[in-house]
Write a protein that binds this ligand. Structure first.
Ligand code: MG
Length: 268
């Protein structure tokens, strides 16, 4: 099961008055390596922390590297393999890995990103986060880069579940739970509002496209694909005719998703 944090109480954007069910579209934002550049190298620091965690379990360097890759490929996240096969406490792992990253020293307030999100018309779309990290890390990043008050809610990987039964992207079940969180009173058998999604993981994009999301793959110029390792192990296949739209700058979303942005004359 995914976790859900409602952040709507601190929203600074005006929520339009809506009579009847809320049929506005949803924009799902991945956080890590999407809302901040991969060139910040935070993912490398994360990998070092995870590798050190494997070593702390008494594994050799070689075994740690093999298992890290294997768990990431098989389960989408190294932590899921660790709780499954090594009986570790996922929250302890989060404290030692993600929570100990010096994010405040690396990331900073991002006025361009803030403006981009502010230019999404709230009468047309709501903005939510969709992360494979735990909520502590996700909220910390959103706060540092200065966009948490523009995000209605965060769907996250719930490391805190006592049964360790937490899902993550790219599993269809995780996306479906996110959809259910976003549209809790949606009448069954009626079409859902559009769900937009941007993520740096090609596997996540392909899985979401299969589920009908309007997804965009974010890949910075000159950077390796986030899922290079996973893609080597698991071929990326979507439904036939599936087209992946890739942008190398989030600003391009203004064009790709122009229907949900203020058109210039509407912005007040
Ligand atoms: Mg990401």
């Amino acid at each position: 099961m995914a976790g859900y944090v409602d952040l709507s109480a601190s929203l600074s954007t005006r929520t339009p008055k809506i009579d009847g069910p809320d049929t506005r579209a949803v924009v799902w934002l991945d956080i890590d390596n999407t809302l901040y550049p991969k060139s910040s190298k935070i993912h490398l620091l994360m990998q070092q922390k995870i590798h050190a965690y494997f070593l702390s379990l008494g594994l050799s360097e070689e075994k740690a590297s093999v298992l890290h890759k294997k768990y990431y490929s098989e389960y989408g996240l190294a932590i899921r393999g660790l709780v499954k096969h090594h009986e570790i406490d996922a929250l302890d792992y989060d404290r030692v890995c993600d929570a100990s990253l010096p994010l405040e020293e690396i990331l900073s307030y991002n006025p361009e990103l803030r403006k981009l999100l502010q230019d999404i018309d709230p009468s047309k779309a709501r903005i939510l986060g969709l992360t494979n990290a735990y909520k502590t890390h996700g909220l910390r990043v959103l706060n540092i880069i200065g966009v948490s008050d523009l995000i209605e809610a965060l769907v996250y990987c719930d490391y805190g579940r006592p049964d360790n039964d937490f899902g993550c992207k790219p599993e269809a079940g995780f996306f479906n739970e996110a959809t259910a969180f976003a549209f809790p009173s949606h009448p069954p058998d009626t079409p859902l509002p559009t769900q937009y999604f941007v993520d740096d993981s090609l596997l996540n994009i392909t899985a979401s496209l299969d589920l009908g999301f309007k997804s965009v793959h974010f890949k910075e110029k000159g950077e390796w694909d986030t899922d290079h390792g996973r893609v080597n192990n698991l071929p990326v296949k979507g439904k036939e005719g599936l087209v992946v739209t890739t942008v190398d700058d989030l600003e391009a979303l203004r064009e790709v998703w122009s229907e949900i942005f203020f058109d210039g004359s509407e912005r007040k």
